[in-house]
Design a protein around this ligand. Structure first.
Ligand SMILES: *Cc1c(COP(=O)(O)O)cnc(C)c1O
Length: 390
């Protein structure tokens, strides 16, 4: 029974293709970690984790203990899970007890990890997040020696699985000097750690944009989010990649190596003729100028279809674009199907993705709404069913 008014299909072949491309970018010998925070960027952790495992992924990263638990329950193989963000004291025991690794960015957390590890008599697997210039979270230089002292004196309970940092916007060239400074700082600090006789384990700095734009940032491991789902981190990252391909392979226009994994669709719930000279929906923002046909789609801003798409966005019906007519409501949106005369109740409506030869991209969506790709995706509610397709 179809309880929900829309559904999100995840394409296995698209994911396989993106992963193949990304493995080519990072090369052999670098660990690929699939970032699935934000409910797998709206793709749904429960559905995405087993799908990714089937495509060969064995490492996942999340931003909270709650997401880690969801990933842990969803996995079908012995995949590793790493928490890159906040872990409260209550969650430490679960994380250490289940071999889930986590970032440590201050001495208090390292100390708490040590105490939990002693209680459980199991090692806490930590990633030391170094402050290199993002100035968000990260172990301060002044605390590094004390942290290493703790690690050195508790080898059975503190296992440094990795050393890492995060860049301050690798998707924009405007930040490139700052990122180069971060890379240098990371190298200096890594040397300092080794100099104290502590192994750095897996060194990792790169997100999608850094892996594609800064080959030096690809070290022992990468943390890839947006690109695996088939979206470029920014237009700049895409263009830089394309230009490099053109330089390397002559002047031909290279094909886009990424395939969107997600397709979001609903169906028409009713169609009616209106006007001329009538308003459609709430208020007076859409006035019919002739006899027009409008269709109701049972998706609104509650479902992640942004209200800023009012009178601006499009959906696909029978392979053609239908503009949003009037305001996007909480649970419903009207679209103008005057130019799609065969549109009928029950017809499929595509909100993101392809239909026949037409497509609606998330970036067209995000240009329109001034949201980043990332934000449009993570606003898709977890209640919408996710379905795997070939
Ligand atoms: C979200 C996140 C990533 C992945 O970023 P993408 O741009 O989606 O590849 C990597 N590292 C950290 C610390 C993150 O928070």
């Amino acid at each position: 029974m179809m309880l929900h008014s829309s559904r999100i299909e995840l394409s296995e072949s698209a994911l396989r293709r993106n992963l193949r491309f990304l493995r080519g970018v990072i090369g052999e010998g670098t660990r690929f970690v699939s970032v699935i925070k934000g409910n797998a960027y709206g793709h749904g952790i429960r559905t995405f984790v087993p799908l990714a495992e089937r495509c060969g992924v064995r490492h996942f990263a999340v931003s909270s203990a709650a997401e880690a638990l969801l990933a842990f329950e969803s996995r079908t193989a012995d995949s590793t899970i790493m928490i890159m963000g906040y872990v409260g004291n209550e969650a430490l025991e679960w994380a250490v007890g289940n071999g889930v690794s986590f970032y440590v960015f201050d001495l208090g957390r390292l100390d708490a990890a040590l105490r939990t590890a002693r209680d459980l008599d199991r090692p806490a697997r930590v990633h030391l997040e170094l402050e290199t210039g993002l100035n968000r979270t990260g172990l301060a230089d002044t605390d590094l020696d004390a942290a290493l002292d703790l690690v050195l004196s508790n080898p059975a309970h503190l296992r440094v699985e990795g050393v890492c940092t995060h860049f301050a916007g690798a998707e924009s060239m405007a930040n490139s000097f700052r990122i180069q400074a971060q890379q240098q700082r990371f190298a200096v600090l890594s040397d300092r750690i080794r100099g104290r006789g502590v192994s750095c384990g897996l060194r990792h700095t790169a997100c999608s944009a850094a892996a594609i734009t800064y080959p030096d940032a690809v070290m022992d491991m990468v943390r890839i989010g947006i690109a695996q789902y088939g979206f470029w981190p920014s237009t700049e990252t895409r263009m830089q990649y394309m230009v490099r391909q053109m330089d390397a392979h002559g002047s031909a226009r290279p094909a886009d190596p990424l395939r969107r994994v997600m397709r979001w669709s609903s169906s028409i719930m009713s169609v009616k003729d209106v006007g001329p000279g009538d308003y459609v929906g709430y208020g007076t923002s859409f006035l019919t100028t002739r006899r027009q046909r409008v269709a109701a789609v049972p998706v609104g801003y509650f479902h992640g279809f942004a209200r800023t798409m009012s009178n601006l966005g499009h959906v696909l019906i029978r392979g053609r674009r239908a503009p949003v007519a009037g305001t996007v409501n909480m649970n419903m949106t009207m679209v103008d199907v005057t130019d799609i005369p065969d549109a009928r109740k029950g017809d499929e409506v595509v909100l993101i993705g392809n239909q026949r030869k037409a497509q609606i991209t998330v970036s067209s969506f995000s240009d329109m709404t001034r949201f980043l790709n990332y934000e449009v995706l993570v606003r898709l509610p977890s209640e919408i069913p996710r379905i795997i397709v070939k």
